[in-house]
Design a protein around this ligand. Structure first.
Ligand SMILES: [Zn+2]
Length: 429
């Protein structure tokens, strides 16, 4: 009935044939969007040029800025009276991006969520509390209809009033919750203060913001749940694009509905498994707003090994935004990689600053790192062995030589909201 049963009978050849057929349909469908008609003309390509899945690379990319420029309905491929719902993505500046859905789109979207939930063992016996915003944000209604489709008892509690949320979880015997990881942490702490426990709760679905393995362990301990990472974005319907299976070592993407590429964000070249880059997705079944090679701006990689669950290709958890990428002596470096290395070393704290300079025509990266208080005797010169270790670990991870300066605890800038840890001074010289 859902993906698990249907897709496991689909052999690789049959899947590829289905993907190709749907890709052609999508390329045909964007023909009724002026912006795409011009892009296709510029690229000198028509539907008849798509003969195999490899021809995907002939198609132009779509960037978020272009969707903004099409505000409000410039990307709709169907008449407005076929659009039954609109969501928008929150724009940090200016107008938001509008996403339209036909009845068929809502149907596909619900199926995606239903597949995800079925995959992690949820069913009609479960009571599901959906603790996210039900407005223009896609996380609310997206999960709501998917959960209803598999017959779960859905509590559309939305956000806010944590005490009431806790009460409902207890009184209604909630077995599964969906919220952002940061709200889950808030919920867990509030429950701790109240001395509340959740005896029926077993599953936590967390998404809409990146979170770490450390946070996973903490949430699972505090809430006594098994947790799953959920990824999506409104431009591609909303949540449901990729989801962790019970193995929880990467997220599966639904290949019959999305074609996945990882590209170098600077050159647009496709990258192979194990190479970090920007996730690019071509949705294969979207009707109201079909998109070609949508650049998500999210950094991840295709994982090399097939999953033990047998569902095939996976992506790693999202590591950050491609806008943050630095090119140092020709090597792509993401600040999230540096953070990852530093977090794994108990000798240093998680505060750091990165400075990039050009010295004698060569890029030089200098990283200031706060020493962990417990390893600090009061004399920085005693810490040469730690400094060497940090340099070595960074070289292993980044394949790049860096200069590391250890600084005293509490001396680097603290950030409220989005941290600005990189100062690129190359353009200033
Ligand atoms: Zn799996």
């Amino acid at each position: 009935m859902f993906w698990n049963e249907k897709m496991e009978t689909l052999q690789p050849d049959a899947l590829a044939a289905l993907q190709l057929e749907r890709l052609k349909q999508t390329v045909h469908a964007v023909g009724s969007v002026d912006i795409y008609r011009n892009k296709m003309k510029e690229a000198g390509i028509t539907v008849s040029d798509i003969k195999s899945l490899d021809d995907l690379t002939k198609l132009p990319f779509t960037k978020k800025q272009e969707l903004r420029d099409g505000y409000p309905f410039g990307f709709f491929a169907v008449p407005r009276n076929k659009v039954v719902r609109i969501h928008t993505t929150s724009g940090t500046t200016g107008k938001p991006t509008v996403v339209g859905y036909t009845r068929g789109d809502l149907d596909h979207w619900s199926e995606l969520i239903a597949r995800n939930m079925t995959m992690i063992g949820l069913n009609a016996d479960d009571v599901f509390q959906n603790m996210v915003n039900y407005g223009m944000f896609t996380g609310g209604l997206g999960f709501h209809y998917g959960a209803e489709r598999i017959g779960m008892t859905v509590i559309p509690s939305a956000t806010g009033n944590t005490r009431r949320q806790i009460e409902m979880m207890q009184d209604f015997g909630v077995t599964a919750i969906h919220c952002t990881p940061s709200y889950a942490m808030h919920l867990a702490e509030a429950a701790e203060e109240l001395g509340a426990t959740f005896d029926a709760l077993k599953t936590g679905i967390f998404g809409a913001e990146p979170w770490s393995e450390t946070m996973r362990k903490e949430l699972e301990m505090k809430l006594q749940v098994t947790s799953y990472d959920s990824y999506g974005l409104s431009e591609l319907y909303g949540p449901g694009v990729a989801f962790e299976c019970p193995e929880r070592e990467g997220l599966h993407i639904w290949h019959d509905m999305y074609l996945t590429e990882i590209i170098d964000p600077k050159t647009g070249e496709q990258l192979g498994p194990g190479e970090r880059g920007e996730l690019v997705v071509t949705p294969l079944v979207k009707e109201a707003m079909p998109l070609l090679r949508y650049r998500t701006g999210d950094v991840t990689m295709l994982l090399e090994d097939e999953c033990a669950c047998g569902r095939g290709l996976k992506i790693a958890r999202i590591m950050g935004r491609s806008d943050d990428m630095l090119v140092i002596r020709g090597i792509n470096v993401f600040p999230s990689q540096i953070e990852h290395v530093l977090l794994s070393l108990p000798e240093v704290g998680n505060h750091f600053m990165v400075y990039v300079d050009r010295v004698n025509h060569l890029d030089e990266m200098t990283i200031d790192v706060e020493i962990n208080r417990n390893f600090f005797s009061g004399e920085l010169k005693d810490l040469a062995h730690i400094q060497k270790k940090v340099v070595k670990e960074l070289r292993n991870a980044l394949e790049l030589r860096t200069t590391v300066r250890l600084v005293e605890p509490g001396t680097l800038p603290r950030f409220e909201g989005k941290a600005k840890r990189v100062v690129d001074r190359r353009g200033l010289m």
